[in-house]
Design a protein around this ligand. Structure first.
Ligand SMILES: NC(=O)c1ccc[n+]([C@@H]2O[C@H](COP(=O)([O-])OP(=O)(O)OC[C@H]3O[C@@H](n4cnc5c(N)ncnc54)[C@H](O)[C@@H]3O)[C@@H](O)[C@H]2O)c1
Length: 312
């Protein structure tokens, strides 16, 4: 049986997710978007790349969820970008409505699917999808840490002029300014980063990774990053579909792990056919634990805004 993935939101991230799924021949893809014609047009364009690229997966587009039935994985990238005059809270509420409906509709047609959330603000949108669907927490997962870690690894590899594949790193925490890179566990083929670079250089690279999204937005001016984000989301999807059991930093619903309760925060997890099959609890140093707790507070602030809405 072929696997099936629905990608909700046929914008920059969504279309590139579809492209990567097809390129790896991972699954048939259904793109869903509210804009008439866009998912259909992008789906057909991607399908027509098949003979050249050598893939045989089916890629279709739709404005409703019936064609998404029986998907194995649903990637939710649908959402609005911040417009002039819109506060972060306005964006939060707008995307809350989008993600709530996307998650509900997806699960109505694919009750066994695993949801991978991409829409920002990421940790709050994961919470929204979990609460809206009542799915087991193992099946609602957020993409942020793989991207944040990829950015950190890129900058380290550039600095040391070594292969990116040799750099291993781990970033915890909420997606955004409060993410927590675990420098002490970052290495180049096992050599601790702290033996290769001085503290000031490491701080500069951490800072750049932390602001990696903003750096791209500044260049693009009218949108945000999508090549690396789609690559990160599809690494997760691949690990689920092929039951690879990769250990990746993902936004997971915590119930006591790391002293955090009832929130989505980025932590290392094992991703396989069951979704999150294990949450790894790394022993943190006091300053790392404090940084993670601070990151959780900023996620909690958004959840406090959303809480009165759930069920409404
Ligand atoms: N988690 C991360 O690390 C990460 C990284 C990059 C982008 N993002 C987020 O991903 C989201 C998408 O980014 P993008 O660059 O693709 O934006 P985009 O504007 O290119 O695409 C968003 C798409 O969502 C569609 N959409 C809006 N409401 C919808 C609805 N109700 N149902 C279905 N589709 C709907 C829009 O029509 C649009 O095509 C944004 O929220 C962005 O902030 C997150």
């Amino acid at each position: 049986m072929r696997k099936k993935v629905t990608v909700v939101g046929a914008g920059n991230v969504g279309a590139n997710c579809a492209l990567r799924i097809a390129g790896k021949s991972l699954a048939d893809v259904v793109l869903v978007d509210v804009v008439e014609g866009v998912p259909q047009g992008k789906g057909l364009d991607l399908l027509e790349s098949g003979p050249v690229e050598g893939y045989d997966v089916s890629i279709t587009g739709a404005n409703d969820y019936a064609p998404t039935a029986n998907s194995d994985v649903v990637v939710i990238t649908a959402g609005l970008a911040r417009k002039p005059g819109m506060s972060r809270d306005d964006l939060l509420i707008a995307n809350y409505e989008v993600v709530k409906s996307a998650a509900e509709q997806s699960v109505k047609y694919s009750p066994n699917a695993i949801l991978v959330l991409v829409t920002n603000p990421l940790d709050a949108m994961c919470w929204t999808a979990l609460k809206a669907t009542n799915l087991p927490k193992a099946r609602v997962i957020g993409m942020a840490g793989v991207l944040d870690t990829a950015r950190f690894r890129t900058f380290i590899a550039q600095e040391l002029n070594v292969s990116m594949a040799s750099v291993s790193a781990l970033v915890l925490g909420g997606h955004g300014d409060t993410m927590v890179p675990l420098v002490r566990l970052t290495s180049v083929s096992g050599i601790p980063l702290t033996e290769l670079l001085d503290a000031a250089t490491i701080d500069r690279l951490v800072d750049r990774a932390r602001n990696g999204g903003a750096e791209i937005v500044k260049y693009l001016k009218t949108g945000s990053a999508y090549y690396a984000p789609s690559a990160a989301a599809i690494e997760m999807v691949e690990s689920i579909l092929l039951d690879k059991k990769k250990v990746l930093p993902c936004a997971a619903y915590l119930e006591g792990e790391y002293g955090i309760n009832g929130l989505y925060v980025g932590v290392p997890v094992k991703l396989g056919a069951g979704g999150i099959e294990k949450i790894y609890q790394v022993k943190l140093l006091p300053d790392e634990q404090a940084a993670l707790a601070k990151s959780a507070v900023s996620v909690q602030e958004l959840i406090d805004i959303l809480k009165p809405r759930i069920g409404s």
